[in-house]
Ligand binder design. Sequence first.
Ligand code: HEC
Length: 104
Amino acid sequence: MKKLVNIVFLSAVAGMAFTGLAQAADDAVIEKYNKTCAACHATGAAGAPKTGVEADWTARMEKGMDTLVASVTDGLNAMPPKGMCYDCSAEDYQAMIEYMVAPQ
Ligand code: HEC
């Protein structure tokens, strides 16, 4: 019985640690967003779809997430390749896009 209690306790601790990690990852992505994407997407500079403005994103989201991530990676018109975030992964771009599309 004691063993079972230990297992339950340990998995609860592991669960919390995992949630903590996920939170840290989100914060890191938002920090990268603020340093790079935000320069254009917070203001809509150069015709960039604006963060939090759903209407700016509707048509773009219809292209699908993979295409959007590819647009950032390769650049698109006034958007430079990689969106100026040179240490961002495809997962980071996806999280950033989800953040930008969500109403603030
Ligand atoms: C120098 C300004 C600039 C920066 C920095 C920038 N963008 Fe953009 N972004 C744009 C512009 C302008 C467009 C619109 C391009 C067009 O459709 O002509 C755009 C479009 C997009 C799109 C839509 C692509 C599509 O296929 O319709 C996504 C997604 C995007 N940006 C994500 C990001 C992310 C993520 C970052 C940060 C890593 C970022 N952008 C950084 C200017 C920028």
